[in-house]
Design a protein around this ligand. Structure first.
Ligand SMILES: Cc1ncc(COP(=O)(O)O)c(C=O)c1O
Length: 382
């Protein structure tokens, strides 16, 4: 007898009975996604302005993505980097072609944290220096290396040994570096900290200071890449040269992938054995990357991000942080009750570590009627 997915899922049960209690959850049982909407087990549909945590840039279960990934699954699910694989070749090429020109090679892993760890390793290896400069408010992931450059005690307190090689800088101010510094790492938009957005002057100041002492600039574009800001990458948006750019989240349309894009000079110094991971750039992940890249280009999603921003700015009376489809609405008071009230009206939005900032990071092919619905729901909430 052929078993079905529903048979394998079985009767409804309490996730908390089985999963480690490390997540704060919303009271939603999500069973289906279609474009910019998700459906819960009780049959209700929601506009997903939270984007499944900034992942669903091309929308949920996009038909092209589903078809391409299924086709690859039928051919070959996995083989490691010990062999050549045409689908991997094509995926790496597509990513490098989408990226800023100086980034000539890519290393693929499985998450944003790993992508950042790879960048930090390469920076130390390339410069032969120990220190990394990171910023207050930074979030770079939960593994020990990524945590070492993540600022908030809330995330660090759990297990971080004193690391000793991180120097902390103030957001918006260019620190003075010395020749022990391998790299500066930053998110061009500090999403979790409340969509704190870098300025052009700040980014170009950091570039100049890195150049002065021979340090590298790492942009953590886990949330800002793939057209999210209305340019291919934040590096393009602000026209700043980064030596290493990392990404994850929406890179493969929901398939877990970490991306580290590497400047040509650094890439030339990397040899066999310097970095590795079993699952990185597997055939299924590569097919998911390729399908996502295709949809971004076919549907003109980079330009569409700019339209989303314009429409949100047109209706929201207060401060709007961020760019494109990565926006923070600043309220005079805590947003948590508003986010809950929006949910009641069939709209998912996000909070942040700044209690007064509501985060919007929807699919970039979101229909504009969803923005109209968000606008009228927010108006009705006052
Ligand atoms: C800017 C940034 N960097 C790194 C990470 C870590 O990514 P992952 O959870 O895939 O390890 C995140 C995740 O939210 C992020 O937002």
């Amino acid at each position: 007898m052929t078993v079905s997915l529903d048979q394998l899922i079985g009767a409804p049960a309490n996730e908390a009975d089985w999963q480690l209690a490390s997540y704060e959850k919303l009271p939603l049982h999500v069973v289906r996604g279609e474009g910019s909407r998700v459906q819960t087990a009780d049959g209700r549909w929601y506009w997903d302005f939270y984007g499944g945590h900034a992942v669903a840039l091309i929308g949920h279960s996009h038909p092209t993505w589903r078809r391409i990934v299924a086709e690859q699954a039928e051919r070959l699910v996995f083989y490691s980097n010990v062999v050549y694989c045409p689908v991997r070749t094509a995926a790496c090429r597509a990513l490098v072609e989408f990226a800023p020109k100086n980034l000539s090679r890519v290393f693929l892993s499985n998450s944003g944290a790993e992508a950042n760890e790879t960048a930090l390793k390469l920076a130390r290896h390339h410069t032969g220096r120990p220190d990394i400069v990171s910023f207050e408010g930074a979030f770079h992931g939960r593994t020990l290396g990524a945590l070492a450059v993540t600022a908030s005690e809330k995330y660090r307190r759990y297990a971080l040994p004193e690391y000793g090689h991180t120097r902390w800088a103030k957001w918006g101010e260019v620190p003075t570096l010395d020749e022990n510094v391998a790299a500066i790492i930053l998110e061009p938009v500090q999403s979790l900290a409340g969509m704190r957005t870098a300025t052009r002057e700040f980014l170009h100041g950091l570039r100049a200071e890195c150049d002065r002492v021979g340090a590298l600039l790492i942009l953590d574009e886990v949330q800002t890449a793939w057209g999210r800001l209305g340019a291919n990458f934040a590096a393009d948006f602000w026209d700043v040269r980064a030596d290493l750019v990392t990404s994850a989240k929406s890179a493969a349309g929901g398939f877990p992938v970490g991306v580290t894009l590497v400047d040509d000079t650094i890439a030339r110094g990397v040899k066999s054995g310097d970095q590795g991971t079993t699952f990185g750039a597997g055939p299924l992940a590569s097919a998911a990357l390729l399908a996502t890249q295709h949809v971004i280009r076919e549907e003109g999603l980079v330009a569409r991000a700019r339209e989303i921003e314009a429409r949100v700015r047109a209706f929201f009376p207060g401060e709007v942080r961020g760019h494109g489809g990565l926006l923070g609405l600043v309220f005079p008071d805590a947003v948590k009750p508003r986010v809950a009230a929006l949910r009641e009206r069939g709209i998912l939005a996000g909070g942040s570590d700044d209690p007064n900032v509501m985060r919007l990071m929807p699919p970039l092919n979101l229909p504009f009627e969803a923005i109209d619905e968000l606008a009228s729901a927010l108006r009705s909430l006052g």
